[in-house]
Design a protein around this ligand. Structure first.
Ligand code: UTP
Length: 479
């Protein structure tokens, strides 16, 4: 055995994880190399600590005592806020023109609920052209870059499981018309799954059972990958953060980015009114003098159900995973060399090889996976703000194959939004049973907001019953 392997074996023994090398001696050179690399990428002391805290013991998530509703910036300015909002929009547009905004997409998740075979960003999502999610975002960024007169660099986080496929997809699609030099794809970290006694599981004799370390891992990966350094080089000061599953997202929003900047916020968020007290979204709250997100499963039910005198929910600020981040804040989070965000445990079914080397497919949860969440950085940010927005305008994720948050509901919501924008642009859209009686799609290259669409010269004044119309960058293309 070579010295490096002896040292690794000793380090693993010191933290009672030597079982991961039980087939090592019989592996071929490539297998040895693969397993060694996976192990060397881990901080074994941290692994030991995490196994103790979150697997052998279930350290409960600390729920603050005094939880209060959060003060948000409303979608439209209240009396006295008009000047602030107008200034914020100007600031947002100026930041874009100065090249100080980068777009940040996290696309490293496994998308198990959707069950699509490939990176979720490849999923065809739009109602007529079946554009994949990646194209929807790329075209928005292309439109905003065009209007700003300079490219908006795009940082895309993948994981080991989908990085190569994502890169290939961008290449095959000619980077959707963007300059490849303005696209920075990088991988997030991976975490091993543990058995219930805190031992790391092997997925194969030569491989740990690894999975991505959560969207919170993005804040570490930005540093480790050199993405932050790239931002410094380019003069990018803020990131517009969004997730891969929501084609309604406004990848760039001058009001949001401008408010974030003028208020000196280090991390800002968008929120929508919850659909009901127990909706499965995180809740923005004030607690321990800090803005934070409490997961739906952690918000005590009696609080979730509390109402205001007007009957509305007291805790009504749902999180939709849209943020603005100061680059300097992400740098500070990484300054100590360790991203200090809590780990969240989840018990899952994880395939593994047993002591004899036989592959096993568990039929009940056999393992603990640990993830970090990006919203846990909010309480660490100075002057964090929340801007309220409208669900119908900005949020319809594709999470599940069927039912809620599925391709079908997302398609319906894209058509509804397109109909609303078109009507606001004085195009007649037929209606049947309260729904648009047409299939509609608007290219982001034509308009990325309702207001932009109203300012365009549209070739069509009226959509006919049941018609499918794609509004391309020139106005309309009836199909
Ligand atoms: P989800 O929480 O929906 O998880 O991710 P998921 O892994 O994509 O899907 P399921 O739960 O297996 O069905 C929300 C967003 O965070 C990203 C996802 O790609 C998506 O954009 N994400 C999640 C990461 O980038 N890395 C992770 O480790 C987890």
């Amino acid at each position: 055995m070579d010295d490096a392997t002896t040292t690794l074996r000793e380090r693993l023994s010191a933290v009672d994880q030597q079982q991961v090398l039980r087939f090592f001696d019989a592996l071929d050179a490539a297998g040895k190399d693969k397993l060694r690399k996976q192990l060397l990428a881990l901080d074994l002391d941290e692994i030991d600590e995490l196994a103790e805290m979150h697997v052998r013991h279930k350290t409960p998530v600390a729920i603050p005592n005094d939880i209060q509703p959060v003060q948000m910036y409303p979608q439209r300015p209240h009396a006295g806020q008009e000047r602030l909002y107008a200034d914020a929009i100007d600031r947002g547009n100026a930041l874009l023109k100065q090249g100080k905004i980068g777009a940040f997409l996290v696309a490293g998740g496994q998308g198990t609920r959707l069950g699509y075979d490939g990176p979720k960003g490849e999923f065809p999502v739009t109602p007529i052209k079946n554009k994949p999610l990646f194209r929807v975002f790329a075209e928005q960024l292309q439109a905003w870059s065009r209007d700003a007169g300079r490219a908006i660099p795009w940082y895309i986080m993948t994981s080991d499981a989908n990085d190569a496929q994502t890169r290939a997809f961008f290449r095959q699609n000619n980077h959707f018309g963007l300059n490849p030099e303005d696209i920075f794809i990088f991988q997030q970290g991976m975490m091993p799954a543990f058995d219930m006694l805190g031992h790391m599981l092997l997925a194969e004799k030569d491989s740990l059972a690894l999975s991505p370390d959560g969207h919170g891992g993005s804040l570490r990966a930005l540093h480790k990958s050199g993405a932050l350094a790239d931002m410094r080089k380019r003069g990018v000061e803020h990131l517009s953060y969004f997730q891969v599953d929501n084609p309604l997202v406004h990848c760039i929003d001058p009001l949001f980015l401008g408010l974030h900047d003028v208020t000196g916020s280090e991390m800002s968020s968008k929120s929508i009114p919850k659909a009901g007290p127990l909706e499965k979204v995180g809740n923005f709250v004030m607690a321990d003098d800090a803005l934070q997100v409490i997961e739906y499963s952690d918000l005590p039910e009696e609080l979730a159900k509390q109402t205001n005198p007007d009957g509305g929910l007291k805790f009504n600020a749902g999180s939709i995973a849209i943020h603005a981040l100061r680059v300097a804040f992400v740098e500070r989070l990484n300054a100590s060399g360790k991203l200090d965000l809590p780990w969240h445990r989840a018990e899952k079914k994880v395939p593994y090889v047993d002591d004899k080397g036989t592959p096993c497919e568990p039929d009940k949860p056999n393992a603990v996976k640990l993830e970090q969440f990006v919203f846990d950085a909010i309480p660490l940010a100075k002057n964090a703000i929340v801007l309220e927005t409208d669900r119908a305008e900005e949020f319809s994720p594709v999470k599940n194959a069927e039912g809620n948050d599925s391709p079908a509901t997302c398609r319906r919501d894209q058509i509804r939004r397109a109909a609303r924008w078109l009507r606001a642009a004085r195009v007649q859209v037929p209606e049947k049973d309260g729904e648009p009686d047409a299939t509609l799609e608007i290219s982001p290259l034509l308009a990325t907001t309702e207001k932009q669409l109203a300012d365009r010269n549209l070739k069509l004044e009226k959509v006919s019953d049941g018609q499918a119309v794609y509004f391309d960058e020139n106005g309309a293309d009836v199909t």
